[in-house]
Design a protein around this ligand. Structure first.
Ligand code: DON
Length: 312
């Protein structure tokens, strides 16, 4: 049975927020990007945007956070919209089973990253967008697309986070240079990385994120039967990749426990999709051992359990 009654959903969101407020084990805030280490681990937020257009929010749902790898979903949609299936000559569609910043598979696999959500894959996707635009223009396109999806022009890039990662992103620099050597990326790695770091530094609230994910919940449209952002087939493909690869080497565990397509970021955000039912934004900055938000994952597990929204 699947819950759709908004009053019951409000009760469930309130119960989850209460539960999270009492948690003492909150995971560890990412510190390899120094600016992210400053975020208060006590934060938690959850927002649902339902099929009926109800917005149900709890906790710190008006506090913007760094979306980081959640941006990879939006960049993928932009790249697919611009170059279509040609993208798949540069990036695969299989889970990696390795950490998000791993380089090991690239050497044996001709410099082609396993999927668009590990860092190497996302850098390759951003480079594909740059094939037809300069960095400033490409970033503008990604940001405009996110604002359009969310229906909110206030969404912006946090320059301090972008600067912080630009100064410390050595592993991503290694991935980009390695892929440039194979020809997977075509631009100078500095240009591609600069664009990628800024895209990751987009700041959003869970309410903005839940609105921005509606196109994945409703077959490519901003509401059921409403204006179309991408083709239905593309929305299904992105959801499939989120389910299988959206949490890196924790993707199997997330599918097992939550059963929804989802994409996490090291800022502690998760965008999850209950197809046909709702788009969900969850956030808590503390991460588990594989770099996914500890409490946001737990919240989504509770939500799926109480609503019956698992896709299985
Ligand atoms: O490239 C990085 O390392 C970060 N900008 C994004 C990584 C990330 O969010 C991984 N997610 N859990």
């Amino acid at each position: 049975m699947s819950v759709s009654d908004p009053d019951r959903l409000r009760e469930i969101v309130a119960e989850i927020c209460d539960h999270m407020a009492g948690q003492t084990d909150r995971g560890a805030v990412a510190d390899y990007i120094p600016e992210l280490a400053r975020v208060d681990p006590g934060r938690f937020a959850l927002t649902l945007v339902t099929h009926e257009g109800e917005v149900i929010a709890g906790g710190d749902a008006d506090t913007p956070f760094s979306i980081q790898s959640v941006s990879k979903v939006f960049a993928l949609a932009v790249a697919l919209g611009r170059i279509g299936d040609a993208l798949w000559s540069r990036v695969g569609r299989e889970p990696s089973g390795d950490p998000f910043n791993s380089i090991v598979q690239l050497e044996h696999e001709r410099g082609i990253p396993r999927n668009p959500f590990i860092n190497a894959g996302a850098i390759a996707v951003t480079d594909a967008i740059l094939a037809r635009s300069e960095p400033r223009e490409a970033l503008g396109q990604i940001l405009q697309f996110v604002r359009y999806l969310a229906g909110d022009d206030d969404i912006a890039i946090d320059p301090a986070v972008a600067k912080s990662e630009t100064a410390t992103g050595w592993r991503n620099a290694a991935l980009a240079n390695f892929m440039r050597g194979f020809g997977t990326i075509e631009r100078h790695p500095d240009k591609t990385l600069g664009t990628y770091f800024h895209q990751c530094a987009i700041a959003m609230t869970t309410t903005q994120l839940a609105h921005a994910g509606r196109f994945l919940a409703f077959d490519g449209a901003l509401s059921p039967g409403g204006s179309r952002a991408i083709a239905p087939r593309m929305a299904r493909q992105i959801n499939a990749l989120m389910l299988t690869c959206g949490h890196y080497d924790g993707s199997g565990e997330f599918a097992f426990r939550v059963g929804l397509p989802g994409k996490s970021g090291v800022g502690g955000g998760i965008l999850a999709v209950a197809p046909g039912r709702a788009s969900i934004g969850a956030w808590s900055p503390g991460l588990n051992a594989v770099g996914n938000s500890h409490l946001a994952s737990m919240a989504l597990e509770m939500l799926a359990d109480r609503t019956g929204w698992s896709v299985f």
